[in-house]
Design a protein around this ligand. Sequence first.
Ligand SMILES: Nc1ncnc2c1ncn2[C@@H]1O[C@H](COP(=O)(O)OP(=O)(O)OP(=O)(O)O)[C@@H](O)[C@H]1O
Ligand SMILES: [Mg+2]
Length: 362
Amino acid sequence: MNGIDEMTTVLEPAPLPDFVETKYVKDITNRALSYIKAGFPVHFRGPSGTGKTTLAMHLASKIERPVVMIHGDEEFSTSDLVGGQQGYRFRKVIDRFVSRVLKVEEDMVKRWVDNRLTVACKYGFTLIYDEFTRSRPEANNILLSILQEKMMDLPVGRGGEEPYLRVDPDFTAIFTSNPEEYAGVHRSQDALRDRMITLDLDHFDYDTEVAITRAKSKLSKHDVEMIVNIVRGLRESGRCEFAPTVRGCIMIAKTLKTQNLTPPKANGAFMRMCQDILASETSRVGSKTNQERVKEIVTELVAKELGMGKTVDVPDPFREKSLTGPEKAEKGTAVIETADSKNVEEDRTQEAESESLAGVSG
Ligand SMILES: Nc1ncnc2c1ncn2[C@@H]1O[C@H](COP(=O)(O)OP(=O)(O)OP(=O)(O)O)[C@@H](O)[C@H]1O
Ligand SMILES: [Mg+2]
C-alpha cells in the first residue's frame, strides 16, 4: 500500500470466519450488492444484534476492494474523518535485502495526515461507516458532496493544487445505524439519508438464528434449538425493556460449551445462566422489575424446553405456533404419539420441574 499513510488501517476484503449464509442472509446481501453496483451507498438500519456490522463486512468482502472502517463517535469532528495536522511521525523501515538493517525515522514537524475517509475516497476503497449516527451530524456533512457530486472538499491545510479531491469511481460506502430512539444516537440528516439506500433489518429468522448460534458455539443443533426457542420466546413475549438478541443465544451456548455441558445435563446451572444472561441483556439500568419479570418468563420457557425433549423432531409450523402460545406445556406430549415416548416425555417434565425449582432456590 505505497503512499498511504501508516496511521490508517486498511483491511483486506476477506471472508469472515464462522460466517453463516442462510437464505435470509443471501437475500439481503444480493439486494445490497445490486444497489452498490448501481452506484448507490447502502445503509443497514435496525435494532442492536440484527447483524448490521457483520453484513456490512460481508458485503465489503464481496466488493473485493480494500476496506476502511470508521466507527461513529460523538467526539468526532470533520478532521477525524478527513485528516489534519499531526505533530509526530514515527516510521520503521525494514531493509528487505539486508534483513538486519532496521531504520527508524522520527520527526516532530507538523504535517498533514490523511484520515480514513480521505484515503478511501482517494484510492477507491470500500468505506464501512459503522453506527454513523453516533457522530454529530455536522461532522458528517463532508459526506454530502462525496456521495452526490463525488467530490471531497479538502481543508486548506492539506496543501496540493486543488481545494477538492475527485472521489475515485471505485469508492463505495456502506453505513450502519441503530434506530433513533437508542441512547447516544443522533437523528440522521435527511439530506444524507436521502443519498443512500436504507435496508431496515429486524431480528434474524429462526433458521439463521440457530445457524449463527451453532457456528459460534459448536454446540449440537438440538441444544442450540432449545436455547434459541427460549430467547425467541422471551423476545416474542414483548415484555422486556429491550428484546434479547442473537448475542444472548451465543452467550448462553458458548458458556455451556466451554463447560462441556448441554441444557439437560447442566441442571439448575442452565436455568441460572439463561436468567443471568437474558436479564442483563434486556435491561438498560438493571431495573428490579424488569429483572424479575424476565426471570419469571425465562423460568417458564426453560422448564418447557427441557420438558419438551426432542424439539428437533417437531415440524416447523407447530414449533413456531407453539412457541408463542400459552398452552406450550402440552406440546411435547401432543406431538409424540407412541406410549413409550410418552413415558419419556413425562420423565422429562418431572426433570424440568425439579430443575426449575433448583433454579429458583439457587
Ligand atoms: N451471518 C452471520 N454469520 C455469523 N455470525 C453472525 C452473522 N450475522 C451476525 N452474526 C453474529 O451476531 C452477533 C450480532 O451481529 P452484529 O454485531 O453484526 O449486529 P449489529 O446489528 O451490528 O449490532 P449492534 O447494533 O449492537 O452493533 C455478532 O456476534 C455476530 O458475530
Ligand atoms: Mg454493529
